[in-house]
Design a protein around this ligand. Structure first.
Ligand code: SAM
Length: 305
C-alpha cells in the first residue's frame, strides 16, 4: 500500500461524516485517497465509496491506496460536479455523506511539470485535468491586460493586480513558472514572509480550472444527492472558497419567504440543511507543525434535513 501522509483534518472528517455500514459515501476530490481510506475503514464491512478526481495521476494513486477495499470502491475520472449523473449510472439513489477537500494536492504541487508551484521551473500548466481545456500559459498569453488585472484581483485578492498584469503583458510570452514568479517579484522587490507570487499563482489556478464556479454549481447538487440525515463536509483553503461554502450553508439552513434570488414570485422555502459547524473547524498546532500546508484549512459541516 502507498505510504501516505495524513490528509488535512483527517479525524475531523471522519467524525463529521460518522460513516456506518452499509452506508454510501462520496469523496468528490479523492486525490491520493487518504480521506477515502478513512471513510472506508469506518464504514466496514459493507459501506461503499464513490471517489471523483479530475486528475488521472491522482486517480492512479487512489486506485493503489484503495485496492484493499475491492468492490466497495468505485473511482471516476470526472468532476464532482457530475455526481448526480454518475450516481444515476450506478443506480445509487441517495448517499449518506459527501466530502470535498478542495484545491491542489501535495502530489500536484510537488510534481514540477504540473506547473502549480513557483518554487521549481516548469511549463505553466496548472490544469487539474491535462486532457481538457487551456493551460495557464495559453490563457495568460492571450488574455487582455484589463481582464488579467481583474482576475488577479478577484481570484487572488492581489492588491497590485494592475501592475502585475501590465508586467505580464510587457514580458509575453510567459511560458514558465519561474518566469511568472520573477515578474511578480519585480512588482514586490522587498522581502516578505510569504512569497509574493502566492496570490498570483492561486488566482491563475482558480481561473484555469474555473474552481469557484464549479463549487457554486455543485453545492445544490450535493444537497440533492444526500439522504435526510446525511452529511456534507467541505474543507476549503482560501477565503473565496470558504465564503461560498459559508453563505450557501447559511442560506440553506434558513426558512425563506421570498429568498433574495427569487425576484418575481412570492416563494416560501423550507431549510434543507442544519449547520453543524457555526464556526469552521481548523487544524490544531500539531497538525500545522507537521503539515504547514494545513494552516489555512477550514472545515464546514452540515446535515441534510
Ligand atoms: C487537496 S486534494 C484532495 C486530497 C485527498 N482528500 C486525499 O486524502 O488525498 C484535491 C484534489 O481534488 C481534485 N479536484 C479539484 N477540482 C476537482 C473537481 N472539480 N472534480 C474532481 N476533482 C477535483 C484535484 O485534482 C486534487 O487531486
Amino acid at each position: 500500500m502507498t505510504t501516505l501522509h495524513r490528509p488535512v483534518l483527517y479525524q475531523e472528517i471522519i467524525h463529521a461524516l460518522q460513516p456506518k455500514s452499509p452506508g454510501r459515501y462520496i469523496d468528490g476530490t479523492v486525490g491520493a485517497g487518504g480521506h477515502a481510506r478513512g471513510i472506508l475503514e469506518a464504514c466496514a464491512p459493507d459501506g461503499s465509496l464513490l471517489g471523483f478526481d479530475f486528475d488521472s495521476q491522482a486517480l492512479a494513486l487512489a486506485r493503489e491506496t484503495l485496492a484493499p477495499y475491492g468492490k466497495r470502491v468505485i473511482l471516476a475520472q470526472a468532476s464532482y460536479l457530475s455526481l448526480l449523473e454518475t450516481m444515476q449510472n450506478l443506480g445509487w439513489d441517495m448517499v449518506d455523506g459527501i466530502v470535498l477537500d478542495l484545491g491542489v494536492s501535495s502530489m500536484q504541487l510537488d510534481t514540477p511539470e504540473r506547473g502549480f508551484s513557483f518554487q521549481t521551473e516548469a511549463p505553466l500548466d496548472m490544469r487539474f485535468n491535462r486532457e481538457v481545456g487551456l493551460s495557464a500559459a495559453q490563457l495568460i498569453n492571450t488574455t487582455p491586460e484589463g481582464d488579467l488585472a481583474d482576475l488577479l484581483f478577484e481570484y487572488g485578492e492581489e492588491p497590485r493586480a494592475k501592475r502585475i498584469a501590465k508586467m505580464i503583458v510587457q514580458e509575453r510570452p510567459v511560458m514558465t513558472t519561474l518566469q511568472l514568479a520573477r515578474i511578480v517579484k519585480k512588482v514586490y522587490p522587498g522581502y516578505s514572509r510569504i512569497h509574493p507570487a502566492t496570490r498570483t499563482f492561486q488566482a491563475i489556478r482558480i481561473w484555469v480550472n474555473d474552481e469557484l464556479s464549479v463549487l457554486k454549481q455543485a453545492l445544490p447538487r450535493i444537497v440533492q444527492a444526500l439522504r435526510p440525515g446525511g452529511r456534507l463536509a467541505i474543507i476549503s483553503f482560501h477565503s473565496l472558497e470558504d465564503r461560498i461554502v459559508k453563505e450557501f450553508l447559511r442560506q440553506e439552513s434558513k426558512d425563506w419567504i421570498n429568498p433574495p434570488y427569487e425576484k418575481i414570485y412570492e416563494v416560501e422555502r423550507s431549510a434543507t440543511l442544519r449547520e453543524i459547524t457555526r464556526r469552521p473547524i481548523t487544524p490544531g498546532v500539531d497538525e500545522i507543525q507537521s503539515n504547514p500546508r494545513a494552516r489555512s484549512a477550514k472545515l464546514r459541516v452540515a446535515e441534510k434535513l
